[in-house]
Ligand binder design. Structure first.
Ligand code: GLV
Ligand code: GLV
Length: 323
């Protein structure tokens, strides 16, 4: 008897190929680039053995109830799993697959790109060229901040945080600070100094947020946090939007408390086009594209499909989050 799996969005071919060629499941997919309507999702998961979802799907008690006792596995096409009610799925004995490691390089590259674009004001420069604002070469025009000789602080030196540090170090970074619960032996490779969060925030020229979203990190970057940053400092977040209090960030950016911010994640996503942060020249916002290279998304799709298959068959998953 075929296993029933539900896929909440059109996913890269590499993932579909894994699912269809296995020949063990009947795949229903919401075949669109747009999110599945909630009612459709609740109907679609009914009686499913496996659910392949995205970080934009909220997987809560309602979805789990709609799926019913047949559900064995949730496989998310992401490394983050803050959109999933972990305690609930644990209680129900549902397994969880995710996609760590395979997106580390792509996300670290995007973080470096965003940091440089923000610090060197690339979007502003592009806009000036297009709008005719480029009148001549001006010594004081569009100046920003460089990495050479700087202090970089990474909040959360996990897989991605370390990959970011590794890439930033060769730009001539003088000190590499990191914060987090414990000192990490792998920090030696980037000569990282484990410091209290306060020290990191106070001393860094670039503050890079690369931690996962938990009850400890929700709202971590707030008024008190920004008020400790240097006025020349650049703030970068490629983790989750709710780690930041956006009203406090707006205040810090518009008052000149900090120099600039680059965000790949916001609250909500998408950010409404009339959001105050979008009126600021010193705020660069990207639409959550950290892992968006063709190759990485293909590999993520295949990995999440293999996680899903293993979950419905009751075998070892390539990447299981042990709950
Ligand atoms: C991206 O944010 C992910 O969690 O994969
Ligand atoms: C810049 O283009 C310079 O020549 O200094």
């Amino acid at each position: 008897q075929l296993m029933k799996v539900y896929v909440t969005r059109r996913i890269p071919q590499e993932g579909l190929k894994v699912l269809t060629e296995a020949g063990v499941c009947k795949v229903s997919m919401w075949d669109s680039d747009e999110p599945v309507p909630r009612a459709e999702l609740l109907k679609g998961v009914s009686g499913a053995h496996g659910l392949l979802c995205l970080l934009s799907d909220r997987i809560d008690t309602e979805v789990l109830d709609a799926a019913g006792p047949s559900l064995k596995v949730i496989s998310t096409l992401s490394v983050g799993f803050d959109h999933i009610a972990i305690n609930e799925i644990k209680k129900r004995g549902v397994r969880l697959g995710y996609t760590p490691d395979v997106l580390t390089d792509a996300t670290a590259e995007l973080t470096v790109a965003l940091l440089l674009a923000t610090a060197r004001r690339l979007p502003e420069g592009v806009q000036e060229v297009k709008s005719g604002g480029w009148s001549t070469w001006k010594p004081l025009w569009l100046c920003g901040y460089g990495l050479s000789g700087s202090t970089v602080g990474v909040i959360g030196l996990g897989r991605i945080g370390l990959a970011i540090a590794r890439r930033l170090k060769p730009f001539g970074v003088k000190r590499l600070l990191y914060s987090g619960r414990s000192a990490k032996p792998q920090a030696a490779e980037v000569e990282g100094e484990h410091v209290p969060l306060d020290t990191l925030v106070t001393e860094s020229d670039f503050v890079v947020v690369s931690c996962s979203l938990t009850s400890d990190t929700q709202g971590l970057c707030d008024k008190a946090f920004f008020s400790k940053m240097k006025s020349n400092a650049v703030f970068i977040n490629t983790s989750r939007g709710t780690v930041v209090n956006q009203e406090d960030l707006y205040e810090a950016l518009s008052s000149g408390q900090i120099a600039a911010a680059g965000l790949d994640v916001t609250t909500p996503e998408p950010l409404p086009t009339d959001h105050p942060l979008l009126t600021l020249k010193n705020c660069v916002i990207l639409p959550h594209i950290g892992s968006a290279t063709y190759s990485t998304r293909g590999i993520m799709a295949a990995l999440s499909a293999n996680n899903l298959l293993a979950g419905v068959m009751g075998t070892a998953m390539p990447s299981e989050l042990i709950l």
